[in-house]
Design a protein around this ligand. Structure first.
Ligand code: PMV
Length: 323
């Protein structure tokens, strides 16, 4: 019997991943950029044992069966194959943030699972190898393996599709103010969403222009140029949601409050406050600002109608193994 425990943070994408070249291996249609979110964590313990006949999974203390367990078991098969054994696993995972509502819980979940499972299996994977493994569980999970500001190079094969850090967490004191509008599980998960991307007539144009947006965003981060950063992340988020809304069938993740926050963020920026929004596959909205303005931004956000809660996170570190 062997056990390991790992901790990973979710990440927020500034240049989004939406659509796959290869859905099985989760090779994305375009490269993406993100920031890990410090303080929000998934903690996952994996124990390999020859005894139980099937893998077992608990998330936040609740036993999980069905498709979610199958997804984790399929992922563990990759680890078992790498390790050359067929022991079953007991996986126990907890999040300290709401699951399934636009904070990428699958990213931190599969990043933590990759590290815990590979360590418990006695594999000593390099960071790119771990990132590749995490990618096969959930694409964006590959970006939660390295720390700080991260690029996932799309590549075209399993070997060249992984994420790496291009700036340390301390590089820029950005704060992500995560505006929780709904704590409900999203209706259409991102795996099904990626499969619909190409049914939108504008996905090809979004993907073709992605390297240009990524370059602008990377430079804005490296130069700490908030105005350029704000314009490009809002454009990229709007483009991804344009794909979602124009897919067949269409996906509309926004709630009226999501749109209200988008408008107010643009008004505040016009009036001189450094704020910008980005939205993942859910109704919640991430409002980026710098640390000096974060208390003011949070104070304003919590006063808006139908805002349940505002969480804050600064740039976070890589996934790590608990001693
Ligand atoms: O990793 P997935 O399959 O959950 O996809 C993530 C998709 C978005 O969060 C909407 C965008 C991104 O790049 O994180």
């Amino acid at each position: 019997m062997s056990t390991a425990t790992a901790i990973a943070s979710p990440n927020i994408a500034f240049i989004k991943y939406w659509g796959d070249q290869d859905p099985c291996l989760r090779i994305p249609a375009n490269s993406s950029l993100s920031m890990n979110l410090a303080g929000l964590i998934t903690r996952t313990q994996v124990t390999f044992d020859s005894h139980p006949s099937e893998d077992a999974l608990t998330v936040n203390g609740e036993g999980i069966t069905g498709v979610s367990l199958v997804r984790v078991s399929d992922f563990l098969d990759r680890v078992r194959q790498l390790a050359g054994f067929d022991y079953t696993a007991v996986v126990d995972s907890t999040n300290n943030f709401p699951t399934g509502a636009g904070i990428a819980s699958s990213a931190s979940a599969f990043a933590a699972l990759s590290l815990a499972a590979s360590a418990a299996a006695g594999l000593n994977l390099s960071q790119p190898e771990l990132s590749r493994l995490a990618r096969t569980g959930s694409g964006s999970a590959c970006r939660s393996v390295p720390g700080g500001f991260v690029e996932w190079q799309a590549g075209s094969h399993d070997e060249d599709s992984y994420a790496f850090s291009f700036a340390h967490p301390a590089h820029w004191d950005l704060v992500d103010c995560i505006v929780i509008i709904s704590q409900l599980h999203k209706l259409v998960g991102s795996t099904s969403g990626h499969a619909l991307a190409l049914s939108s007539p504008i996905q090809t144009a979004r993907v073709l222009d992605a390297p240009r947006r990524l370059e602008i965003c990377r430079r804005a981060i490296l130069e700490k140029d908030f105005q350029t950063f704000a314009d490009i992340i809002e454009l990229d988020s709007n483009l991804m949601h344009a794909i979602m809304i124009t897919s067949t069938p269409p996906l509309l993740y926004w709630q009226p409050t999501t749109l209200a926050v988008m408008r107010v963020v643009q008004d505040w920026r016009q009036a001189g406050l450094p704020v910008a929004y980005t939205i993942d596959a859910g109704p919640n909205i991430h409002v980026l600002t710098s640390s000096v303005y974060a208390p003011e931004v949070v104070a304003r956000l919590v006063q808006l109608e139908n805002v349940l809660q505002v969480l804050t996170a600064s740039p976070g570190g890589p996934a790590w193994l608990e001693a």
